[in-house]
Ligand binder design. Structure first.
Ligand SMILES: O=c1ccn([C@@H]2O[C@H](COP(=O)(O)O)[C@@H](O)[C@H]2O)c(=O)[nH]1
Length: 237
């Protein structure tokens, strides 16, 4: 895999909305040549595969962010269902373990047009104290690195991590491992529940391939202006 992502196509808009009409009101104003779309647990649970198909018919590549985490057989079958849906990218939790990831990879390798398979390492809403509270001592960076190594060895195309870990993961695992980073906040934007954040140009400078951005766009008074400003900041970077 080569990393030729143009600055203006790095953005993945997280469509976290409560209703289809709200989501489509934004989608209708977006250009599939300039961004991809992420469908996560909220909209997929409400609207199901039909909504993903609607986005794809409009020309968008879709990251299906359902973060599968289950026994190997179940996750492999869920990934195959995502491939049947024709999505561009699908993800699992790396903490599901090597056998789970290998099973997903093996199943996808038999599909005609498999999506990219990436693994969530440490959620960007967690900091070191949150990790300690769930019995995982150590820094997010150490844990992300360890999970990234496991994920790469098990067949992932890349990982989801915070931009704060992008540089060390890039250095350790090389150019051809995709780094997809939520936890992205334009300067001055509210962090909300995100604990490990960087600005868009900082994230790209650190080595991120794709920037997942939700509320700074979806809750902006003018979402298109918010995207344009993020694009400008990336072009300047
Ligand atoms: O570690 C993770 C994994 C996934 N996400 C998802 O990304 C978006 C971020 O939305 P914002 O509104 O920009 O915070 C959201 O859909 C999460 O489910 C993440 O934030 N962190």
């Amino acid at each position: 895999m080569t990393q030729s992502t143009h600055p203006l196509t790095r953005i993945i808009v997280a469509l976290d909305f409560a209703a289809e009409a709200e989501a489509l009101a934004l989608v209708e104003r977006l250009d599939p040549a300039r961004c991809r779309l992420k469908v996560g647990k909220e909209l997929f649970t409400r609207l199901g595969p039909a909504f993903v198909e609607t986005l794809q018919r409009r020309g968008f590549e879709v990251f299906l962010d359902l973060k599968f985490h289950d026994i190997p057989n179940t996750v492999a079958a869920a990934c195959a269902a995502a491939a049947d849906l024709g999505v561009w990218m699908v993800n699992v939790h790396v903490t599901g373990g090597a056998r789970m990831i290998e099973a997903a990879r093996e199943r996808l390798s038999r599909m005609p047009q498999p999506p990219l398979l990436i693994g969530v390492t440490v959620l960007t809403s967690l900091d070191e104290s949150d990790l300690a509270a769930i019995g995982c001592p150590g820094s997010p960076r150490e844990r992300v690195l360890a999970l990234a190594r496991l994920g790469q060895a098990s067949g992932l195309d890349g990982i989801v991590c915070s931009p704060l870990e992008a540089a060390p993961v890039r250095e350790a695992l090389g150019r051809d491992f995709l780094l997809v980073t939520p936890g992205v906040r334009p300067a001055g934007a509210a962090a909300g529940d995100q604990k490990r954040v960087m600005t868009p140009p900082e994230a790209v400078a650190a080595g991120a391939d794709h920037l997942v951005i939700g509320r700074p766009i979806t809750q902006a008074v003018d979402p298109l202006a918010a995207i344009a400003e993020i694009e400008r900041s990336l072009t300047r970077a």
